[in-house]
Write a protein that binds this ligand. Structure first.
Ligand code: LLP
Length: 457
């Protein structure tokens, strides 16, 4: 992204073209590939990822951080969405990768992602995962608990390695987001509290371990955050910890990771928080606080996931059955069922997340009526969009597109009701290729074991 290009802050991926207006539907294409043809080729539901948009957003966040701080690091949060192909894109883009499980690590390694640029997170990493990470040579392990200090140092010792680590701290700020995706208050499972003194105790314990090399501290205050104040308050408290460290140990911790959590637009009324706004605001706080404490500015890293991949992806659903109900108020509501639902997007059911959708294969001149988009699962709560105006003539065989589903959609997908998880297709310059194939029933049956019971040894 050049400096005169504006970061795209709407819910749409940059190369999405829709010839329709408002809620009247239209013909959708992404990066020159028509939604209708994509579904014909790859089936539905289908996640369509706009590859150039992914590159643009990664570059935008990286350039915001490097213009604010110079030498710095962007770690893409793999939990938002990862596949071997995406890990290859990130390798080509020369950014780091934040993984939080042995599975995510395996994807990165399968893509030959440089282990030194991997950061390993998680509040309960198993010994097997820690061993795999250290053996692979991951750059940094982010330690989350006292138990883990002993676990990681013991395993590093067995492997005869000194492991670079960060400590994940909870700065006690309220991120003003959904409770389930808020992570920096006191009563939370993640990290060491600064306020209680646990953070300082953890630092002391780590510095006493010869197999651990404490390089910095980390915090992630939550997700889908739009207010800059939470990020600023967290940064200020973390610099406070760096100053205490310097006073106590007469040396400085060289690195500070301020996590991800930057909010994106899911509906037309929302606007994403832009890197060129939030990063300089955080940088000012870090620089001012470091100047006050006479500290050198640490090497800064960030970990956006959703802000990179969220808006790149649009889900295309095929409409199936419809029905109308009369509400107590006398108003009519149309239920529009699609061929996916809570198994490919659990966010509405889990967080009350809101989305937008539109008719994507044709224009309609029918009047709009109040509609509810639901999935095909055996749950009344399988609602993708609770209330949306859609043309009244939407019928079986139509396509509905739902933008901004790239983050925590496919990555949180399940097989509820034995529904195979959808494919992901990457589109760029009029070409399409599958990067994750659709699951099939054989994949699901693969896990079934039919055997006689046996006594355990
Ligand atoms: N760093 C750490 C340590 C994290 O735990 C997370 C997200 C991120 C970075 C990336 O956050 P992002 O920039 O993507 O907001 N399933 C929820 C979100 C859970 C986020 C978990 N951690 C959702 O669908 O909203």
């Amino acid at each position: 992204m050049t400096s005169d290009m504006k970061y795209p802050t709407s819910l749409f991926s940059s190369n999405l073209k829709f010839d329709g207006e408002n809620n009247a539907g239209g013909v959708l294409s992404i990066a020159g590939c028509s939604a209708e043809k994509l579904v014909k080729e790859y089936g539905s539901p289908l996640f369509v990822i706009d590859q150039a948009d992914f590159y643009l957003r990664t570059n935008a966040w990286r350039s915001a951080i490097s213009s604010a701080f110079g030498d710095s690091q962007l770690y893409y949060a793999a939990k938002s969405f990862i596949s071997v192909e995406v890990a290859k894109w990130l390798k080509e883009l020369k950014v780091g990768l934040d993984v939080c499980s042995g599975g995510e690590l395996a994807v990165a390694l399968a893509a030959d992602f440089p282990a030194a640029d991997i950061e390993f997170h998680g509040n309960n990493k198993s010994e097997v995962e820690i061993t795999a990470a250290i053996k692979a040579g991951v750059g940094t392990i982010v330690i989350d608990s006292f138990d883990e200090i002993s676990r990681v140092s013991k395993i590093a010792k067995e492997l005869n390695k000194v492991q670079k680590i960060y400590l994940r701290l909870t700065p006690g700020v309220d991120a003003h987001t959904h409770e389930f995706i808020s992570t920096a208050h006191e009563d939370v499972k993640f990290g060491f509290s600064i306020a209680s003194g646990a953070a300082l105790d953890a630092i002391e314990k780590c510095t006493a371990q010869s197999t651990l090399s404490l390089a910095g501290i980390h915090c992630h205050i939550g997700s889908q955050i739009f207010e800059v104040d939470g990020f600023k308050a967290a940064a200020q408290r973390l610099v406070g910890v760096l100053a205490i460290f310097r006073d106590k140990y007469s040396k400085e911790l060289p690195e500070l990771n301020i996590g991800g959590g930057y909010g994106i637009a899911y509906t037309k009324d929302e606007t994403a928080i832009a890197p060129e706004l939030v990063i300089p605001a955080i940088a000012t706080v870090i620089k001012d606080e470091c100047a006050k404490a006479k500290l050198s500015i640490p090497r800064i890293s960030i970990e956006p996931g959703r802000a990179i991949v969220g808006p790149t992806t649009t889900t295309i659903y095929l409409v199936g059955t419809t029905k109308s109900v009369t509400l107590d108020s006398g108003a009519e509501r149309r239920y529009v069922s699609v061929d996916g639902g809570m198994s490919d997007n659990i966010r509405p059911a889990l967080y009350g997340a809101t989305y937008s959708a539109f008719l994507a294969n044709r224009t309609s001149s029918a009047k709009n009526i109040s509609s509810r988009i639901v999935g095909k699962h055996c749950e009344s709560g399988d609602i993708l969009i609770s209330e949306i105006d859609l043309p009244s003539d939407i019928k079986s065989g139509d396509l509905l597109a739902m933008p901004a589903t790239g983050a925590y959609g496919r990555s949180m997908a399940s097989n509820y009701n034995h529904i195979p998880r959808p494919a992901v297709v990457a589109v760029i310059n009029g070409t399409a290729r599958q990067i994750l194939r659709r699951e099939n029933e054989a994949d699901l049956l693969n896990l079934d074991v039919v055997q006689a019971p046996r006594q355990l040894p």
